[in-house]
Design a protein around this ligand. Structure first.
Ligand code: S3P
Length: 435
């Protein structure tokens, strides 16, 4: 196994109470809305990670003052918002690193700003599809150019006066809907988005929280652009996508009993709990309160035998980021688990279907891949393997969780990528499982 697990024998039960870092999706949006508000906002419990650092630097490069501090042991940001027209032209290219959310949301925002900007990213982000945001923004009158006929980053944005549109999303995507809504936020008039199915609704909740004129009617979302709004203090809940690694780890390592406190339980994100419970997991939810228009709860998970399941349609969409760690749960479950309707997995930080299939096969598990998913036949005896991550944080963390039970442990080719979303992950896991 990779350090800090090198030479360790099998894991012991995971017991105690932990908390996970702030929600990544909410942190990005909190920074964006705070920068556009008038006045000083405080973002408490924000996610300190490489992805969110990219969004912070992007706004700093556009003249927004952002100060980092600690409130007790909680990291916080103080952001001095300058209003809807307060951004200034960045002197240099904005590097979004590995962060698809930074690139897609900020492109939407910058399409309507009166200046020129260029956005790029790392090797993985430059391969990911951008046509999905460029198309609706061009309908609004945006001038966005990109590599590969405008479909890939780097993207060059020549800011324009946009016009509001009504746009029917071809796919359920929170990043695409947010790009259009953020373009609409700075555009006079009413911009409308029609969703084909649910996707995470943090942008909508954050609009409401900041008092942006916004309306949701069924599948239709509209924002009245050009209306100034005031700063707010935001409390970021724990990231359920990070909690997911520990929900699965505690479910599969016998004798475990783990409490995870203050986890965001937004219904568009909580599918992981429904899926694991369907598989037989023992998870109890102790509701707490609402933090900045997002529900939060403590989760109590105990080890339990799991069984295979079928995952498709909107439930699959709601656990799209949890697919790698759900593969590990499926590999431990009795019987077969089938994932369908998940073609998007092919264009995430890596091709997650191929990466997980290869990792699981290395552990001696039978896997069949399809274009839009895969099926896994669970088994109780795993061999340790070496796994290629393609720099994908969620593949690395999932394979390290699997390493708790694989004979000889697992090794991955890149542990640094974990800093994308969860810098303290390895310490937390090794403290629970080996000390
Ligand atoms: C995100 C949306 C999701 C998710 C991604 C974060 C967001 O992608 O997979 O990790 O913060 O808006 P989609 O745009 O495909 O919904």
């Amino acid at each position: 196994m990779n350090a800090p697990f090198a030479g360790e024998s099998q894991a012991k039960s995971l017991r105690g109470t932990i908390s996970v870092p702030g929600d990544k999706s909410i942190t990005h949006r909190a920074i964006i809305l705070s920068a556009l508000a008038k006045g000083r906002s405080q973002v408490q419990g924000y996610l300190v990670s490489e992805d969110c650092e990219r969004t912070i630097s992007a706004f700093q490069s556009m003249g927004i003052l952002i100060e980092k501090k600690m409130i007790g042991n909680v990291p916080a940001l103080e952001i001095l918002g300058k209003g809807l027209k307060g951004l200034s032209e960045p002197e240099n290219v904005i590097d979004c690193g590995n962060s698809g959310t930074t690139m897609r949301l900020i492109t939407g925002l910058l399409a309507g700003q009166p200046f020129f900007s260029v956005l790029t990213g790392d090797h993985s982000l430059r391969k990911r599809p951008m046509k999905r945001i460029v198309d609706p923004l061009q309908q609004m009158g945006a001038d966005v150019l990109g590599r590969a006929g405008g479909t890939k980053a780097p993207l060059a944005i020549n800011g324009q006066n946009l016009r509001p549109v009504s746009y029917a999303l071809p796919i359920a995507s929170a990043q695409v809907k947010s790009a259009v809504l953020l373009a609409g936020l700075t555009t006079e008039g009413c911009t409308k988005v029609l969703e084909p199915g649910p996707s995470r609704d943090h942008t909508e909740r954050m609009f409401e929280f900041f008092g942006v004129p916004f309306l949701k009617e069924g599948k239709s979302l509209s924002v009245e652009g050009g209306q100034p709004f005031k700063s707010r203090n935001i409390d970021v809940p724990g990231d359920i996508s990070s909690a997911a690694f520990f929900l699965v780890a505690a479910s599969i390592v016998s004798g475990s009993e783990l409490k995870i406190s203050k986890v965001g339980l937004n219904p568009t994100r909580a599918g992981i709990i429904e899926v694991l419970q369907k598989m037989g997991a023992d998870i109890q939810i102790e509701p707490r309160q609402t933090a900045s228009n997002e529900p939060i709860a403590d989760l109590l998970v105990r080890a339990a035998p799991l069984k295979g399941t079928l995952l498709e349609g909107p439930l699959m969409t709601s656990v799209i980021d949890e697919f790698p760690i759900l593969c590990i749960a499926a590999a431990r479950a009795e019987g077969k688990t089938v994932f369908r309707d998940a073609k998007e997995l092919r264009v995430k930080e890596s091709d997650r279907i191929e990466r997980m299939a290869e990792g699981l096969r290395g552990m001696g598990i039978e896997v069949e891949t399809q274009d839009d998913g895969l099926s896994i036949l669970g088994r109780p005896d795993w061999k340790g393997t070496f796994c290629k991550t393609d720099g994908d944080h969620r593949i690395a963390m999932s394979m390290m969780v699997a390493g708790l039970l694989a004979d000889g442990g697992n090794t991955v080719d890149d542990l640094n990528c974990i800093h994308t979303s969860f810098p303290g992950f390895l310490d937390l896991l090794s403290n629970l499982a080996y000390t």
